[in-house]
Each structure stands twice: as structure tokens, then as C-alpha cells.
Design a protein around this ligand. Structure first.
Ligand code: NAP
Ligand code: MG
Length: 403
């Protein structure tokens, strides 16, 4: 069989620990035998980030802007322990944070659904994709602990010195105050990333805030979404037969629980923090969750939602057997290859990515899986495989499917 050709390079960001081990196995066993893989490689492993003073992260984000599609392996975000472990010159920032800031992107997380790993919510038949606004609100707040009686005010001083103020509260005793903000620019980017992603994945999108209570703050989110939808997306949505739906956050929660899934749920920063953990745990496992960063200009970076699986890596280093789930990392590759194929009009590449996804899922459905899934599956007669055996089992299924 001739290998599939690629016209434009895919930006490849290698990473750390156990996921770096899986990364190589996936390439060697599931990609390179079938594709003339055309990637521009960036090593975001912590050692190389340290050697390059983190320049490699910036370069990889610039390459992503240039080519439009990237696939990223999980990476270590350094903390005090990593400073000594890797003898770091500096506590480098989270690569994901750096890339997200440079691409001005929004992260969409989607569970991978497979027979035998059922969501706790019985009526969820299709994945629910969560989109979380990643700037401002309570994550950039300022707070004061009020010691005793006094007046709290909210004051804005414009550049020309004009002041606008509101009394927050006349305190009769001790209390607390919190100030937070967001910017129209950031909310607009968020809205465009969300509405654009709905178009690109042909799914309905829900957005919810508490605008009945927060008549200026949350209402601004609602208005910006509505305006951008009407002006830039309404026609495309109607053509595709998909819907933009706004409701109150408490109503959204009730509807999500009763839904069948199959839509995108856009959330403000805090709601997204809380709801993404709820949705992902209800769907089963972090190892079955993909993540894609989408910029408002239409640039895509695919990855797994989990980290570098450090505990398994240390076992691997000691020569012990690991059973680490590679599904989310495989789907990061297939997501990126499909998007590359779509942008280049390369149907062969898109079909291959679909076949690899199907082979991965049918391998699990046939009872062959890693330990994390074996612990929660409803299937009987399960074979628990180690990290390599699982990837080899997928290869076998894939070869049968392609033959
Ligand atoms: P983690 O790598 O997600 O792993 C936490 C635990 O979840 C593992 O110990 C394992 O449980 C289970 N798990 C996660 N992924 C799994 C998989 N693919 N297969 C089987 N089990 C899996 O989180 P962490 O240990 O807190 O973080 C490790 C490193 O990852 C940190 O340095 C952190 O900075 C980094 N991180 C990176 C990203 C990213 O690049 N996107 C995201 C999060 C964290 P058991 O041990 O019980 O088997
Ligand atoms: Mg959280």
C-alpha cells in the first residue's frame, strides 16, 4: 500500500514523561506505517524548554499560527519539585498558558464515547463539548477583607480623570468585598471561537449566564454573543441547520442533565471550571477526553485533556509494566490530521484518521483495553493490556479495517 501524502506540514509538539513514551509508540505503530508524515517538529519536553529558555514554546505557537493546525503531547508545568528534578534555570510558565495567550484561543473539551464505558447520566447518548472562557472574572479578581464599619464603593477613573462610582455596601461591621472585570475584546474572541467551532463541527451551541441578576456584567456577555451571532454567523447556522441557544445558567444545567448530548456548551470562566469537571467525570475518564484550542482566527491545536501521567512514568523508568491509556493522545492526532486534511482537501488523510478512530474504539469494544477502563467497563470478558500491547492491538484492528 502506498503511504498517504501530506501537502502542508502539521505542527508537532512533543512533550514529557509517560505521554512522551506513548507519543513515540503511536507514531511508530499507528501513523508512520500508513502516512508519509509531514510534520514540523518542536520538542516541548521540559529539558529542551529549559535549554532554549522556553523559546521553543513560542516558536511552536508561531508555527501553529503559520500553518493553522498543531498536535500537542502533554507537558510538565514546572513547580518547586520540578526545579530540582530537572535542574531548571527558571520556573518556566505552563506551555499551554503561553500557547493559549499567543493564539488568543478557547479550549473545547469533548469526551470520547465508546460502548462499554457508559456515562453516569443514562440519557447522554452523544458527547457534550464544553467551552470555557479562559480570561478574567473571579480568576483576575481583587479582594478586600473589611475590618469593620465603613462604605465600600466601586470607582472607575477614565483616562481624562472622569470618575464613575457606585456604592457597593454601607458596612455596619466586618465583611468582605470582591472586584472583578472582563474586557469586550476577550468576550468577543470567546464568542467568535465558540460560534466558529459550532460551524466547524456542525453542532448546536448553548450559552448561559446569570443576566437576570447581573444586569450589566453578565448581560454584556449575552449581548456580545447575540450581536456577533446575528452579524457574522446566523446565515451559516441556518444553512447548516444548527442552532445558537441562550438561556440562564440554572436553566441550562437542568436542560443539560435531561438532554441526549451532541452539542457545545459555552460557559463563563468559573462556570466552565466547575461544569467541565462535572461533565468529564460523568462521562467516565480523563483518559477518554480530548481537548482542542481554537483561536478566533481559525487556528487549531489538538491535545489530550490529561497530563503526563507521572506516576506511570516512574514505574516505566523502574522497568515495571504500565497500562497507560493512549486513546486521548491518539484522538489528538486524528483530530489534527482530519483538520489538516479538511484544510488541504486531502480526503485520504481524513479517511485514514476516521479509520484509526474507529479501530481504536472497536478494539475497546472487543474487550481489549487498558487498566483504567477495565476498572469501569460494563463489558464482560475483558483483557487488560499494557501500554504497548494496547497500541499493537489497535494496529491489528486498523490493518484489518484498511485491508
Ligand atoms: P495526570 O497526568 O492527568 O494524571 C493523574 C492520574 O490520572 C494518573 O496518575 C492516573 O491515575 C490517571 N490518568 C491520567 N491520564 C491517564 C491515562 N492516559 N491512562 C491511565 N491513567 C491516567 O495529572 P498529574 O499527575 O496531576 O500531572 C502530571 C504532570 O502533567 C504535571 O507535571 C502537570 O503539570 C502536567 N499536566 C499537563 C497537562 C497538559 O499538558 N495539558 C495537563 C494536566 C497536567 P493512576 O495513577 O491512579 O493510574
Ligand atoms: Mg477545575
Amino acid at each position: 500500500m502506498d503511504k498517504i501524502k501530506m501537502t502542508t506540514p502539521l505542527v508537532e509538539m512533543d512533550g514529557d514523561e509517560m505521554t512522551r513514551i506513548l507519543w513515540k509508540m503511536i507514531k511508530d505503530e499507528l501513523l508512520l506505517p500508513f502516512i508519509d508524515l509531514n510534520t514540523e517538529y518542536y520538542d516541548l519536553g521540559l529539558e529542551h524548554r529549559n535549554e532554549t529558555n522556553d523559546q521553543v514554546t513560542v516558536d511552536s505557537a508561531n508555527a501553529t499560527k503559520k500553518y493553522g493546525v498543531a498536535v500537542k503531547c502533554a507537558t510538565i508545568t514546572p513547580n518547586a519539585a520540578r526545579m530540582t528534578e530537572y535542574n531548571l534555570k527558571e520556573m518556566w510558565k505552563s506551555p499551554n498558558g503561553t500557547i493559549r495567550a499567543m493564539l488568543d484561543g478557547t479550549v473545547f473539551r469533548t469526551p470520547i464515547i465508546v460502548k462499554g464505558i457508559e456515562p453516569c447520566v443514562r440519557n447522554w447518548e452523544k458527547p457534550i463539548t464544553l467551552a470555557r472562557h479562559a480570561y478574567g472574572d473571579v480568576y483576575k479578581n481583587v479582594e478586600i477583607k473589611v475590618p469593620g464599619a465603613g462604605k465600600a464603593e466601586l470607582v472607575f477613573t477614565s483616562e481624562d480623570g472622569t470618575k464613575t462610582s457606585e456604592v457597593i455596601h454601607e458596612f455596619k461591621g466586618p465583611g468582605i468585598i470582591q472586584g472583578m472585570h472582563n474586557t469586550e475584546k476577550s468576550i468577543e474572541s470567546f464568542a467568535r471561537a465558540c460560534l466558529g467551532y459550532a460551524v466547524s463541527t456542525k453542532q448546536d451551541i448553548w450559552f448561559a449566564t446569570k443576566d437576570t441578576i447581573s444586569k450589566k456584567y453578565d448581560h454584556t456577555f449575552k449581548d456580545i454573543f447575540q450581536e456577533i451571532y446575528e452579524k457574522e454567523y446566523k446565515e451559516k447556522f441556518e444553512e447548516l441547520g444548527i442552532e445558537y441557544f441562550y438561556t440562564l445558567i440554572d436553566d441550562a444545567v437542568a436542560r443539560v442533565m435531561k438532554s441526549k448530548g451532541g452539542f457545545i456548551w459555552a460557559c463563563k470562566n468559573y462556570d466552565g471550571d466547575v461544569m467541565s469537571d462535572m461533565v468529564s467525570s460523568a462521562f467516565g475518564s480523563l483518559a477518554m477526553m480530548t481537548s482542542v484550542l481554537v483561536s478566533p482566527s481559525g487556528v487549531y491545536e489538538y491535545e489530550a485533556a490529561h497530563g503526563t501521567v507521572q506516576r506511570h512514568y516512574y514505574k516505566h523508568l523502574k522497568g515495571e509494566e504500565t497500562s497507560t491509556n493512549s486513546v486521548a493522545t491518539i484522538f489528538a492526532w486524528t483530530g489534527a490530521l482530519k483538520k489538516r486534511g479538511e484544510l488541504d482537501g486531502n480526503t485520504e488523510l481524513m479517511n485514514f484518521a476516521d479509520a484509526l478512530e474507529k479501530a481504536t474504539l472497536s478494539t475497546i469494544e472487543s474487550g481489549k483495553m487498558t487498566k483504567d477502563l477495565a476498572l469501569i467497563t460494563s463489558l464482560k470478558d475483558v483483557t487488560v493490556l499494557n501500554s504497548r500491547e494496547f497500541i499493537l492491538a489497535i494496529r491489528e484492528t486498523l490493518e484489518k479495517e484498511l485491508a
